[in-house]
Write a protein that binds this ligand. Structure first.
Ligand code: 5AD
Ligand code: SF4
Length: 474
């Protein structure tokens, strides 16, 4: 977008007030000389976290500063998630609570965006039931945020702007990243898979890849700023490039990024097991920078359920992918996502899921209770499972997973691992924290100057979710 369109100095507006009478000019800084503040509450996945970095980038360009807490903000944005019912309930709970805040401070601007807002029905519901919300916009028009914000400040009505689909990929948006070591870099937007349980294709649109040259430029700029690790983001990174018609694949992109001097590590998420090829595994094997962590969401171990989920692979195919990864990269960590209680999931189907868990022995898995999403195929399927049964299955699965995670971590005791040091632990300020190439969290005593460096650490104690270590002299 044309950044000159953005009024960087000042947003002047007729403020929404309870009486509608007062008018005020929103200046940045305001009349007292202080910068006006913004607060973004992000729900959901890394895509949303990264979108919030863009919103923060816009607001900082406009002269706003991040508020320390919601109480002291002038602009409050809820960047929402629609993946499960619970996520939506949390947002509605929060919107409800904000009514009082808006009454006490009518100058406050409240915005709701992200995947929930992209759903037309939900957006209209927010608008009609929660008139204290000033601005509602979706996922396809994030780049118009400064204009929408200005409109919201000038209008006495709630501004609602939802685009049914994305147009071309918009480059050059400002991004305000919080930490200086690891960065998220989007490589594809949207998803074409239409897994029958999933709302993402409806709220994020069809797959669109960024041009490789733009991704490479962004990563080079990050390295110049001192970043050591990038995580390439997409709903299905393996299909990167398919829509570009220039022969560039995800494997080629990784090879290209490998050549960037000063970059320490490359990660990516998420992969689709159907599209994870031997060729890609070979590229990762030959790469020094791409980490040996494979997050391959399986969702279910039952072929019957996989078919109903429209996942387009079988458990046999999945096991083959795991086997060629482990053949070439024995130290690889493999993690996954499971959904339990999908419609029609029988006890036997669930036992197949436990079976695949035990066969693969995932380092970690993220398991979710199936949540019906309006508009998806699965929401209307027969055989919805009662919540009590879903919870029992989830607990059973988690118990087995936890003991496997612990056993795998136990094999690292006494070993040396390479850790990218991220900073001091929040709980214990003298303890540093970082991740191994296989994405395991390691805590160890150390000095501030180690932050941002990749250092060898010896594992001296293990837990289910993390490892404790001590620094080895390099
Ligand atoms: N219910 C429960 N879990 C879901 N996921 C996606 N949609 C649903 C749903 N409707 C899970 C999948 C996916 C992860 C990001 O969220 O496991 O991999
Ligand atoms: Fe959803 Fe399936 Fe696309 Fe992942 S691949 S975002 S689960 S539709």
């Amino acid at each position: 977008m044309d950044k000159t369109e953005i009024n960087k100095k000042r947003i002047s507006s007729h403020k929404n007030t309870a009486s509608g009478a007062a008018e005020q000019s929103l200046e940045c800084p305001d009349a007292s000389g202080d910068s006006r503040k913004f607060y973004i509450q992000t729900f959901g996945c890394q895509m949303n976290v990264h979108d919030s970095e863009i919103l923060a980038g816009f607001l900082e360009d406009l002269g706003f500063q991040e508020a320390a807490g919601v109480e002291e903000t002038d602009i409050l944005i809820l960047n929402t998630c629609a993946i499960r019912q619970k996520a939506e309930e949390k947002v509605f709970g929060m919107i409800g609570k904000l009514k009082k805040m808006k009454r006490e401070n009518p100058q406050l601007i409240i915005g709701v965006c992200g995947c929930m807002a992209q759903q037309e029905g939900t957006a209209k519901r927010i608008k009609s039931r929660h008139p204290h919300v000033d601005l509602i916009f979706g996922t396809h028009n994030l780049h118009r945020f400064p204009h929408l914000l200005k409109e919201a400040e000038e209008s006495r009505e709630t501004v609602l702007d939802i685009w049914p689909e994305g147009k071309e990929v918009v480059e050059g948006l400002p991004i305000s990243r919080k930490e200086g070591i690891k960065a998220w870099v989007t490589i594809t937007y949207g998803c074409n898979n239409f897994c029958s349980y999933c709302v993402v294709p409806y709220v994020r649109g069809r797959e669109q890849s960024r041009e490789m040259s733009n991704i490479v430029k962004e990563v080079k700029d990050l390295v110049l700023k001192g970043y050591k690790e990038v995580t390439l983001l997409g709903q299905n990174v393996n299909s990167y490039g398919k829509d570009l018609d220039n022969g560039i694949t995800f494997a080629r992109l990784l090879e290209k990024l490998e050549g960037i001097e000063g970059l320490g590590r490359i990660r990516y998420m998420t992969s689709h097991p159907r599209d994870f090829t031997r060729e890609l595994t070979r590229v990762i094997y030959h790469s020094e920078k791409v980490c040996e962590h494979f997050h391959l969401p399986i969702q279910s171990g039952s072929n019957n359920i996989l078919k109903k989920m429209n996942r387009s692979y079988t458990r046999e195919h999945y096991l083959e992918v795991v086997s060629f990864i482990r053949e070439l990269i024995p130290e690889a960590s493999i993690t996954t996502d499971f959904i339990v209680g999908f419609p029609g999931e029988t006890h036997e189907d669930f036992l197949d899921t436990l079976d695949i868990l035990e066969r693969v022995r995932f380092d970690t898995s993220y398991s979710f209770i199936y949540s019906p999403r309006k508009g998806t195929m699965a929401a209307d399927m027969p055989g919805q499972i009662p919540l009590k049964e879903k919870k029992e299955r989830l607990n059973w699965l988690n118990e087995i997973q936890n003991s496997i995670s612990r056993e795998i971590n136990e094999t690292l005791r006494g070993k040396s691992v390479e850790v990218l040091v991220e900073g001091f632990s929040r709980e214990k300020p003298s303890v540093l924290t970082g991740r191994t190439r296989t994405n395991k969290l390691v805590n160890f005593p150390g000095k501030e100057e180690m932050i941002g460096k990749i250092i060898p650490v010896k594992i001296i104690d293990v837990k289910t979710w993390s490892l404790n270590g001590e620094v080895l002299e390099a």
